[in-house]
Design a protein around this ligand. Sequence first.
Ligand SMILES: NC(=O)c1ccc[n+]([C@@H]2O[C@H](COP(=O)([O-])OP(=O)(O)OC[C@H]3O[C@@H](n4cnc5c(N)ncnc54)[C@H](OP(=O)(O)O)[C@@H]3O)[C@@H](O)[C@H]2O)c1
Length: 452
Amino acid sequence: MRVAGFSEPGGPDVLRPMEIAAPEAGPGEVRVRVRAAGVQPFDLAVREGWTPPGTPEGFPRVPGNEFAGTVDQVGDGVAGFRPGDEVMGNCRLNAYAEYVVVPAAAVTAKPASMPWEVAGAFPAAVMTPHIALEEMGVGAGDTLLVHAAAGGVGAVAVQLARIAGATVVGTASEANHAYLRSLGAVPVAYGDGLEERVRDAAPGGVDAALDGAGGDALEVSLKLVRDRNRIITLVEHARAAELGVRVTADKRSSARVAEARASTRRGGCACTCARRSPSTARRTRTARSRPATAGARSSSWCGTRAGTMWPEHLDVGAVRFARPTARFEEVLAFYRDVLGLPVLAEWRDHAGYDGAVFGLPGTPVHMEITQSGAPPRIPEPHPENQLVLYLRGAGARDAAAARLAGHGHRPVAPENPYWSEHGAVVFQDPDGWQVVLAPWVFGAEPPPGRRP
Ligand SMILES: NC(=O)c1ccc[n+]([C@@H]2O[C@H](COP(=O)([O-])OP(=O)(O)OC[C@H]3O[C@@H](n4cnc5c(N)ncnc54)[C@H](OP(=O)(O)O)[C@@H]3O)[C@@H](O)[C@H]2O)c1
């Protein structure tokens, strides 16, 4: 099997594709064909030469301590898993590989709607804060300080603490403050003056601290938290005993992952993949969390982070928006020939309907037009009924607009001034419905600045 391993410790360059024998599942074990594996600071330490307790010395070594994939071998005595089951789990090493063998107790079912790269980075990043919050007894009425709150562990800690009813102050760089607010934390910048900023953010005091940064973060925690039993450092293991603070107990279990997965399903806490290797989905970055879903309605805009999954009761594969027309041939020609949308399916007089679906095979969003009845029924067109095409920049917008102009179509004034303020150009289809050519990709980037 292929692995990403190393034969000498060092930086990222020492990792190489290698061929080694695939492991076989023994009694009580499962073999998982790995689809995605998380990349954590733990793995970087391994790559740099650290040997985790209980693991063999020597080379080649294969890092990787969390993964998601499909069970492909089940050892004797294993109940509850079958080949083909989609799972996620933990090990100490060896997950950067095509196959990994672990005790069956180390894996738990992957929700069908959770993307592979999220599942691969889910177990450890979720378990660590899960254990830490339990150890510190964080609950309603507490104020928890989370250092490195926008990181893989910190962001989950924020959400779990919020679910438990705690107030959370989280440290992060300025760029991550909106993200932390969306998770329900009060953001504070790290660096000089941290102690004062935390005191300002938590005038009632800080009851517990989770240190995901070390150094100054731990020093400030020592000053702010009275009970050192309620400080956990994930970083300064060597100093913990001397300072009287705690490290996380080794209480990893698939049951914790399952519990966190259940929180995900309830919509309270979810993880998304922060970065993904362009060359392979197997190397993923640590997990992050998405904005809280609940909240009072306000005028502010709140998006969903990339990688957020559909809830389990909605295992959505594609979404199709359908609308009727009374000018089927004209409307079809407009979208197919003038605008140039690809036709995914087209039919005539099927169960009394003419129809066409626009989109690409395997893509998630489609538009359908249908015509039925004689004479065909058509709802009154309304300019707020829009097809919005989010195009990759002004050049793409101009190319699409030029194509429509070449077929004799002229832009119209949008009903909603928002579109022109943000550089979109609006046309009309033969039914009078508006087609918006927007020069940014909704959900992936913010709209361009407002024009006067
Ligand atoms: N991932 C795990 O499962 C796991 C398990 C056990 C222990 N740990 C340990 O926990 C620590 C955090 O891990 P992680 O996976 O969450 O890392 P990560 O995803 O790489 O995040 C690290 C975060 O640290 C923040 N940061 C950088 N300098 C900082 C400072 N001076 N003060 C406060 N925050 C600072 C950054 O925030 P900005 O981006 O906002 O600058 C970044 O988001 C690491 O030491 C790791 O070894 C991790």
